[in-house]
Design a protein around this ligand. Sequence first.
Ligand code: MSP
Length: 561
Amino acid sequence: MCGAGTMWRFSKLRLLCRAPRCMGRVAYGGKVRGPQLLTTPIFYVNAAPHLGHVYSALMADVRHRHAALCGRDSRLSTGTDEHGIKVQQAATAVNLDPSDFCTTVSQQFRTMFDTMAISYTDFVRTTEFRHAQAVCHFWKKLEEKGYIYKGTYQGWYCTSDEAFLSEDQTVESRDAENKKIRVSADSGHQVHWMSEENYMFRLSQLRPKLLDWLQTEPIHPAPFLRIVRQWLEDELPDLSVSRQRNRVSWGIPVPSDPSHTIYVWLDALINYLTVAGYPDQNLAPWGPSTHLLGKDILRFHAIYWPAFLLAADLPPPKKLLVHSHWTSNGVKMSKSLQNVVDPTECIKQYTRDGLRYFLLRHGSPERDCDFTHHTVRKLLNSELADALGGLLNRCTARTINPGQCWPYYQCKSVPSAAHDELQRLLGAVKELTRQVDQYMERFQANKALEAIDSCVRCSNAFFQSQAPWKLFKGGEEDKAWGQSVLYLTLESLRLYATLLQPAVPGLAKTILDRLGVPDVYRTLKGNHFFAATLGEKCYFQGQTLGSECGLLYQRLEVDKE
Ligand code: MSP
């Protein structure tokens, strides 16, 4: 099945595997620390990207962008998972050479992620030479450490999930023709009995080390940590890590025995090492890694991956951030069920930032979410068009702000009747940055956006109740307070737009441009908000606003449900 190019790559690879490269000056083992590596899962190329895939990538992107906003060093990798029977079969079904097929679909993912502004710093394909090199090196390490042996694997195999399953991970079911079949209890995909001589990995020996690793509470949100703890209550069976090449030819051959192909999940997980420069640790050492993943692939990341790393004497992941699924009418969106939502169609209807906002705000790591266009429209109208767009209009409108300037805040101007409301607003906004940071740290982008939206509403209510347009018609004291209200509103909007950049980079830019905020004031590092309310100097007072931008977000038509 391999194309000529691929054969060449693999034979060259075998040569390299016989003479492994120098490991560099510093030993692996946790002490060497590079920048934080954040990863998305790598995506199967058996089908085009759908909304669930975009969500996985987006959740990683928002965290990566937030880290950058706070001045932290972060890298984000993504890519495509191109080997295995599933992809081999998908290529055969459309009469394409697997290599060409993979290139086409991989490019679709890359284009989709570019369209969605996923700010990856590396895009890895498992058919790349650098990856095959990392896989072969890693395999040899596992062999050297005595973790690989030859044995006979007998059990169920699920091609859709590319997973070996024990008897109790499967259940009986019926196919479309009502014939009895066995399926994976987790995914519902059909499994087949398999009996084959394979290379096996001594997973059973790593249970104590995995339990130690779990003590560091590396899995978030907590319910997923509990699930993994439960899995580890039982003994772990050893894991088959190769398939005979006459059955699975589309993959990386076992370096010492090319009649076997390395198990696609071992191959795929090593992508995280590939992007860290492995095996050449001088490129970028394998340091603390944060992997983002959907709950369907928890076992692979929470048991197999740390076990592989520990077996090779490498530090296990620092964090696994797990999210739940998008469903269509309550059923997980997946290509095989033909119930997927097309992200391109959504972008056309809602814009890129509209879709980003909805997925991040409405999706949740802890629970599955149903996707309906009605919910999208209602949410975007309420939070982007009305609340955020309304706030921008209010404080920048020429009728209210004919000079198009940031006014001066005057501490003495606060009337006693407005005191409590002002304190409530300041209390809320002053907490916001810390809250958003905490939510992002806990992998709760939805809660971070909820907190921002709630403050946006607070600012709108404050503006409405203080009614600066009336104050400007009054005496000197009223006018001074009117200016202060306008300053407070502009300053709160500057804060919200700054914090919204990771989620909706385009809309946030529109707001910051309109407010005339220079680039140096668009990060959180060293950026102060509401300084004038403390009697301190505020750069913005007296500055002119940027040019007009029209409506921030066009209201969408909402059908009756
Ligand atoms: N190739 C493996 C991952 C290997 S990582 C070393 C894989 N690929 S996948 O394309 O099937 O899934 C990639 C990501 O998309 C996973 O995090 C998965 O949870 C996510 N999603 C796929 N369908 C989804 C939904 N319906 N909803 C949310 N995310 C879902 O698994």
